[in-house]
Design a protein around this ligand. Structure first.
Ligand SMILES: C=Cc1cc(F)c(CN2CC[C@](CC#N)(n3cc(C(N)=O)c(NC(=O)OC)n3)[C@H](F)C2)cc1O
Length: 306
């Protein structure tokens, strides 16, 4: 009630001449920035330049600390040049008076990410629909790769739902450009990395290839086929299968398991085609050069869906 009262009083005292961009923080959208070191946030805001409440709701990414502004500026320069049906739309930037603390404004998709949407709507989403989402993610990723970007954080939590027939890649917080004909990105910053979605070369050599995104897509496909069941999330499945750490670093144990050929067990109801795609022969091949690419994955899903 107090938040609503505050919001109403903000709206009543709002002067569009002074602040064309009205940040009525309806709520924070993020998972407390789990994978991005808690230095940033994504808020649901009202963009209302006329000041008559006819504005639109937008998602605004901002930083809590100044020293990460180069990451956000890189993300802005990436997303503003991406135009694809399966990639969240860039709407603009804004900043506080004085130009500090730049913010990224994106379209708002109220259905949220697959991580929230799938468990809530499991009863009316069949496997064919899940494979349509998988196809669309591959189409977005194939486009991203064609623009010489590596995503580095492909996971169900970063796939937004526009409607029951359309999903979009929604966040580019770790995306890096590999222009100048480089074939991989060398991880330098020590950020909280989503290790359970990382390929062996990322964990061992801190090298990220386009094929590393294919590995992460395999983990995302596993999440989708399990309807993002929290009890069987990649971290949970790993800890159940490999056991909780006895002092040894989780990452070391994960690498050892992957090197010995362990892969996440597919959900029981998983169709044979998905079982094959998420195998050592395809998305989860140990060697990046042996992995299937997004173009081939698109053809596989299109064939299955016709
Ligand atoms: C600055 C660092 C940083 C901070 C963060 F919180 C995150 C994590 N964040 C990513 C954006 C997010 C998930 C996605 N994709 N999302 C976008 C929308 C939208 N455009 O509508 C939306 N909608 C929604 O939840 O509707 C109910 N969620 C969700 F906020 C998590 C990543 C970061 O790099």
């Amino acid at each position: 009630i107090s938040k609503l009262a505050d919001l109403i009083s903000q709206c009543m005292n709002y002067d569009p001449k002074k602040r064309p961009f009205f940040r009525a923080i309806v709520r924070e959208l993020d998972e407390k920035g789990i994978y991005h070191g808690n230095f940033g946030m994504v808020e649901l805001c009202l963009y209302d330049p006329k000041g008559d409440q006819t504005g639109e709701l937008v998602a605004v990414k901002s930083l809590k600390t100044e020293n990460e502004s180069s990451n956000l500026r890189r993300e802005i320069s990436t997303i503003r040049n991406l135009y694809h049906e399966n990639i969240v739309k860039y709407k603009g930037i804004c900043n506080d008076e004085g130009g500090a603390n730049i913010k990224l404004i994106m379209e708002y998709l109220p259905a949220g990410s697959l991580k929230e949407y799938l468990p809530r709507n499991k009863s009316n989403i069949d496997q064919k629909r899940l494979l349509l989402y998988a196809l669309q993610i591959c189409q977005g990723m194939e486009y991203l790769g064609s623009q010489n970007y590596i995503h580095r954080d492909l996971a169900a939590r970063n796939i937004l739902v526009e409607n029951e027939s359309l999903v979009k890649i929604g966040d580019f917080g770790l995306t890096k450009s590999i222009k100048d004909d480089k074939e991989y990105y060398k991880v330098t910053e020590e950020q909280d990395s989503p290790v359970y979605w990382y390929a062996p070369e990322c964990l061992i050599n801190r090298k990220f290839y386009k094929a590393s995104d294919v590995w992460s897509f395999g983990v995302t496909l596993y999440e989708i086929m399990s309807y993002c069941d929290r009890e069987n999330s990649p971290p949970q499945v790993f800890l159940k299968s490999i056991g909780r750490s006895h002092g040894q670093m989780t990452m070391t144990r994960l690498v050892d398991a992957l090197e010995k050929g362990w892969r996440m067990p597919r959900p029981d109801s998983c169709p044979e085609m998905v079982r094959y795609l998420t195998s050592e022969k395809q998305c989860w091949s140990h060697a990046p050069e042996n992995r299937v690419d997004f173009n081939s994955l698109i053809k596989e899903f299109e064939f299955f869906l016709t």
